[in-house]
Design a protein around this ligand. Structure first.
Ligand code: HEC
Length: 449
């Protein structure tokens, strides 16, 4: 799938820097959303399964809420999922163009699988919602409507659970390949040694990063369930559902937040040498500190059985995501430093070629060249030809080079004894060079006398 890399445009060093900034933005849009999608779909499928076994409405309600969040409206998976994911592929294609790295191919493949996963999960969400709606409707037993309803349910809700399972499996596949793509971009040695997807299955680093992303996803899923469930609601409501959500997801979030420091630490251990820098370490330490704060607040809420700090916890977890994602962009930048310089050099060459193709002259003419080529047909220093002798007209420009340049660029009528001078079509820089040449030559002649 190298065509993406072929699409990439040559670019200068400043473009590349810009690219890294855009990458951070794209990551910050995409990865937290991806987290709620991963966590939401896995847990929703799990609770849906549980609700079938135990027939408890709190399980099916939770299953619905978990999958509803990433699909709150139809644009969300596009704007925060499919689009930024694709932008990510394009940016990696730009940054890694001309290398042997298979990262871009992996990412593009992951993107296609991701689309399939989103479609399946959307159908799952839709059918789950409809099913719960039907179940909540009450009809008289044995009425005609009831029979119809049963038939409709049987026809339509048979396979929705499988949709959820397949959607989740596709999503996990996509995320694994995506992690592999990210990791394999981080070391110029890996660009050469990793040549197929199958190599990535045996890279333990890819597995660690994959698991890290999963645990992070669970943390944000737990926190976002709490946040959106209790947002603007009475804190101590006593209904079964909210007590369940509170107890379950506070613990859930705490457990996965507690795992984070270990995962973050492992993550930095496995990073290739080429991608490390002080900034990477600093961001890592900051993210671990923030995680400690989060665990502390989660623990406090569990102990006192309230949800006062959910907003803080939710935004702090987003903060951890941001820190880790900026770190990711830094590691990529460190790893591709040399590559960027190469790209910039290529860009210079490309720009030169383009200019000469467009007829923009790159050869810089000296003042003398310009004079001989453009002026000497009508001018000498000591002789009137078509134009006046320079020795007679230059004195008035002696300390006014700017006026001379202006005249050369745009001649106006001066001396009635001569015809007007046609414009010579010089560029400003050239007019300046030739003006310099005329003035110094003239001064030289005056000095000699
Ligand atoms: C086709 C002939 C022709 C060419 C080529 C030409 N000039 Fe002239 N130039 C003239 C004429 C005629 C005048 C007198 C115009 C007037 O007095 O209005 C003149 C006047 C000038 C003057 C005097 C302006 C003044 O304020 O009195 C300068 C300086 C000058 N040219 C510079 C240049 C330079 C530099 C070039 C080359 C880039 C150049 N010319 C090319 C015909 C030419």
């Amino acid at each position: 799938m190298d065509f993406l890399k072929d699409l990439a445009l040559p670019q200068s060093l400043s473009h590349i820097t810009l690219m890294h900034f855009v990458l951070v933005l794209v990551f910050v849009l995409f990865i937290p959303y991806l987290g709620t999608l991963i966590g939401g779909s896995i847990l929703s499928v799990y609770f849906n399964f549980k609700s079938k076994k135990e027939e408890k409405s709190k399980f099916s309600k939770t299953a619905k809420e978990l999958i509803d969040l990433p699909f709150t409206n139809l644009y969300l998976p596009f704007v925060l999922g499919i689009l930024p994911f694709f932008a990510c592929c394009l940016i990696y294609a730009q940054l890694l163009q001309g290398t042997d790295s298979i990262s871009v191919g992996l990412m593009f493949f992951a993107w296609l699988v991701f689309i399939a996963a989103v479609v399946l999960l959307y159908i799952y969400k839709y059918k789950l919602n409809l099913k719960l709606l039907f179940e909540s409707l009450e009809f008289e037993k044995n009425s005609k409507a009831n029979d119809e309803l049963k038939r409709f349910s049987q026809d339509n809700f048979q396979s929705y659970g499988q949709m959820g399972i397949f959607g989740t499996i596709f999503l996990l596949m996509s995320v694994f390949v995506f992690s592999a793509g990210l990791f394999n971009s981080l070391d110029p040695d890996l660009w050469k040694s990793t040549t197929t997807v199958f190599h990535t299955f045996i890279q333990y680093e890819v597995w660690i990063r994959f698991i890290h992303l999963l645990t992070l996803s669970f943390t944000i899923t737990g926190a976002s369930q709490l946040y959106f469930f209790f947002f603007g609601k009475e804190n101590n409501s006593k209904d079964e559902n909210s007590i369940f959500i509170k107890n379950y997801f506070l613990r859930f979030t705490l457990i996965f937040a507690l795992i984070q420091p270990i995962m973050i630490f492992l993550d930095i251990l496995i990073l290739p040498q080429a991608s490390l820098s002080i900034a990477v370490f600093t961001l890592t330490v900051l993210s671990i500190l923030l995680v400690f704060l989060i665990t502390h607040f989660c623990y406090a809420m569990i102990k006192e059985a309230h949800t006062k700090f959910v907003t803080f916890v939710f935004y702090s977890i987003l903060g951890v995501f941001c820190l880790l994602l900026v770190k990711e962009a830094y590691t990529l930048r460190n790893a591709t430093n040399e590559q960027s310089v190469k790209l910039a050099a290529n860009f210079q060459k490309y720009e030169d070629e383009l200019k000469s193709k467009l007829g923009i002259n790159l050869v810089v003419f000296s003042g003398e060249d310009l004079f001989v080529g453009k002026c000497s047909a009508c001018h000498r220093f000591d002789l009137n030809l078509t134009g006046p002798a320079y020795n007679s007209v230059l004195p008035k420009y002696l300390d006014k080079k700017d006026a001379l340049v202006k005249y050369i660029l745009n001649p106006v009528k001066v001396d009635p004894a001569f015809p007007p001078m046609p414009s010579q079509g010089l560029k400003p820089a050239e007019a300046e060079t030739v003006a310099d040449y005329l003035l110094t030559t003239y001064k030289g002649e005056v000095d000699r006398k």
